[in-house]
Design a protein around this ligand. Sequence first.
Ligand SMILES: [Zn+2]
Length: 292
Amino acid sequence: MSANVAAMSHPALSEPAIAELYRFDCAGQLPLCEAGEPASFRFLNSAGQAPAVLICDHASRRIPARLERLGLDGAELARHIAWDIGVAEVAAQLAPALDCPCVLSDFSRLVIDANRRTGSSGSIPAVSDGTEIPGNRNLGEVHRRARVEQLFKPYHAAVSRQIEAKLAEGRPPLLIFLHSFTPVMDGFRRPWEIGILWNEDDRIARPLIEALRARGLTVGDNEPYSGASSEDYGLHAHGEGRGLPSALIELRQDLVDTREGVQRWARILRDVLKPLLAQQRDMANIPSEGQT
Ligand SMILES: [Zn+2]
C-alpha cells in the first residue's frame, strides 16, 4: 500500500501542525528549567548520511529540577513509567551502524509525553500503570502550557529539523521511531520480543515484520500497542503527515536491559533495517537518477 496523505485523517495531523512546532513562545511563562539544565532533546550522529532519521521519544527519565521529581520517589522513577528502558543505549549503537542521525528526547514522559497529542489524556498523565503522579494532579493551564512550549514543541522542532535537512538534500528519509515496552502489563506476560507499529502506511512495517520473523523472532504486528491509536503523535505527525515511510519499533525491556542485550538488538535492527535503507528511493517513489 502506498501512503495517500490526503486521505489520512489522524487527529495528530492537525494538532499542533508541524510549522507550529517552531513557534514556541516562552515569554511570560513559568520557566521550567534552571540555567544550565539540558535542552529538551539530544542529537546523535547528526552528520549521518543514510536516508533515515532515528527518533526516540521516551529516551530519558530526566525531570527538570523545579518540578521536584513530580513528588515521586526514586523507586517509582526507576520504573518503565518514567522512560523506555534500553532505548537510548540501543540508539547509540544503531545510529552510527546505520549511518543516520538520531534525535532523543531529554525529558521524562511523566512530565509531558512526547508521543501523545497535547491535550489528550495521556499527555501529562495523572496516573501511569497504577502509580499516581502527584506533580501532575490538578495541573493548571499555565503549567500545562509551560510543558508544551518548553519541552514538547522544542523536541519535535528538533525532530523536524533533522527531517527537513534530509528533504533539503533531496533524500526523503525513512522515519524509524524506537521505543521499548514492559514485559508484563496488567498481569499479562507479553510474548513478543519486538513489536512493529504502523497506522496506514506499511511500507516499512511489512518488510520489517517479515525480515524479523524470518530470523525466528516472535514479532508483534501492531502489538503490544496499535499504531492507529488516536492519542499517539510522532508516527502520524512526522511520518504520515509528511508522506514519509515510517514505522515504530517496540523492544521488550527485559531483552535490552543488559549490555549484551543492547548489542544483540542493535545488531539485529541494523541487519533488518539496512536493506530497507537501500530501497529508500523506491519506497519514497523517487525516480532513480537519469529517469524522467
Ligand atoms: Zn515509548
